[in-house]
Design a protein around this ligand. Structure first.
Ligand code: GUN
Length: 293
């Protein structure tokens, strides 16, 4: 089978161009510049890269970025005080706390302190509930939202397809399953305790993998003609001592078997950031009750 690459980079570029145009119009007609606050605690190297990319792109679409780089020693109370300030700041429309947080901090308490209408990561109980109920006016977490947008651009009809999501995190697997269910897919969620995930994956018309395990999904797991969304971003050392990014799917093995697959890098990653900007734009538009773009 000829496998086609899903070009997340091009998709994201198209999205960010539209967002930049919308930001301009929001400034011209309503005098609002969307503002995104990002909180990063500690020095996790992968998080530093993500946050730097988010900041760069926030500026590129004409939004304001408010970075809060806090030392690892920051207390929970200090973070909660900062979030309370950001919640009340009218220049800030979106707040994101980069995960994972250093040990000793409670991510649940911290995330739930974000006021839901600024929760552009879609992780508060309010927005999670909205998604589970099928309400369209909440914020959806950026990675699963990006995966769904990519899927919809690649497959004209999702209804009735068997979608298998591997990984059941709050950030990705759980909201992904909710979204696919709402599209009319039959959804199976496999996770770390699942017996024989290979057999389940073999049934998938759509296979979405977000486990953080490099090349967990082998060629033998894949049904001929499946559409594969690989959410993994794993940094490995090559033989010549360089670093390389690889996904949760053994790409070479999937090639020739899947009908479509996202590459790593250049697949889901860029679309996730574009979705964060999309949610931030929407948060700013909500101030004036403007509809979704
Ligand atoms: N860490 C990795 N991905 C994400 C994300 O989408 N949101 C947050 N807050 N942290 C992350």
């Amino acid at each position: 089978m000829k496998t086609q690459l899903i070009d997340g980079k091009a998709f994201a570029k198209n999205m960010t161009q539209k967002i930049a145009q919308e930001v301009k119009e929001l400034q011209q007609h309503h005098n609002i510049t969307p503002g995104l606050a990002v909180i990063l605690v500690g020095n996790d190297p992968a998080s530093e890269v993500y946050v730097r990319n988010k900041t760069k792109q926030t500026h590129q679409v004409g939004m304001r970025s408010f970075m809060h780089l806090l030392p690892e020693t920051t207390t929970q109370e200090e973070i909660l005080n900062l979030i309370a300030r950001l919640n009340n700041d009218p220049d800030i429309h979106g707040i994101l706390v980069q995960l994972p947080l250093p040990k000793g901090l409670n991510p649940n308490t911290i995330i739930q302190a974000i006021i839901p209408h600024k929760d552009v990561d879609g992780l508060t109980a309010y927005n999670t509930g909205k998604l589970a109920l099928g309400h369209k006016d909440g914020f959806i977490p950026c990675t699963p939202l990006g995966c769904l947008m990519l899927l919809k651009s690649e497959r004209s009809r999702l209804q009735g397809l068997h979608a298998v999501v591997i990984g059941a995190s709050n950030l990705m697997g759980k909201p992904m399953a909710q979204l696919l269910l709402q599209e009319g897919c039959t959804v199976t969620v496999a996770h770390i305790h699942t017996r024989d995930p290979e057999k389940i994956a073999q049934e998938a018309d759509i296979l979405i993998v977000a486990t953080g395990c490099s090349e967990l999904v082998k060629g033998s797991w894949i049904k001929e003609g499946a559409t594969i969304i690989d959410v993994g971003i794993n940094r490995i050392k090559t033989k010549d001592n360089k670093t390389k990014l690889i996904g949760d799917v053994a790409f070479q093995e999937a090639f020739g078997k899947a009908a479509k697959i996202t590459p790593v890098p250049g697949g889901v990653g860029p679309v996730t950031i574009a979705c964060l900007l999309y949610n931030t734009l929407q948060a700013a538009r909500n101030v004036r009750n403007l509809n979704k773009i």
